[in-house]
Design a protein around this ligand. Structure first.
Ligand code: ZN
Length: 172
């Protein structure tokens, strides 16, 4: 069983609680990395005008992934998460909404890294799907690398504290 997997998701979240995943990336404790872009479940012309405005804002200012970008069927989202997490002890993710999505899809323990500090940044490099203009966007692939750095720093700190405690015991 693998120790952990770090997952990030980017997508379209609408006020009516509908969530459409578009991008998923992972980085696990065996240094395996993966990345998916999901097909939207319906044509963009079906969006209400309010949801279309939200989608356009997210495309322009947040993740930059077009509604029509895809290479995996959207219906495979849950299956992919189950597959990725079925032999993992802990699933790390940053954000309560993303944690809730994963909790509903996996039996592994989901840990929300929101309190860990280290804000996720819109940075270069991003994957090739964020191609609108020269803006920086939220990219799941970039995010799992950022989260791995944060998680690794925590693990190193925990280890250091453990050894400190052991050393103290030796001297008592
Ligand atoms: Zn990306």
């Amino acid at each position: 069983m693998k120790d952990f997997i770090i997952i990030d998701i980017q997508g379209f979240q609408f006020k009516n609680n509908e969530y459409i995943p578009k991008e998923l990336a992972f980085y696990d404790s065996e240094h395996r990395i993966g990345h998916y872009i999901f097909e939207s479940p319906y044509h963009e012309s079906v969006l209400s005008s309010k949801n279309r405005r939200t989608a356009n804002w997210l495309i322009k200012y947040h993740h930059g992934i077009d509604w029509n970008d895809e290479f995996v069927q959207g219906s495979k989202f849950g299956k992919i998460i189950s597959f990725l997490t079925n032999t993992v002890k802990f699933v790390y993710v940053k954000g309560s909404m993303k944690a809730d999505i994963l909790k509903g899809t996996t039996n592994a323990t989901v840990i929300d890294m929101s309190d860990e500090g280290g804000k996720l940044m819109k940075t270069f490099p991003m994957c090739g799907y964020h191609k609108r203009g020269s803006n920086c966007y939220m990219c799941s692939l970039s995010n799992v690398f950022q989260l791995h750095r944060i998680a690794f720093a925590r693990l190193e700190k925990d280890k250091a504290m453990f050894y400190e405690t052991e050393v103290c015991r030796d001297y008592i």
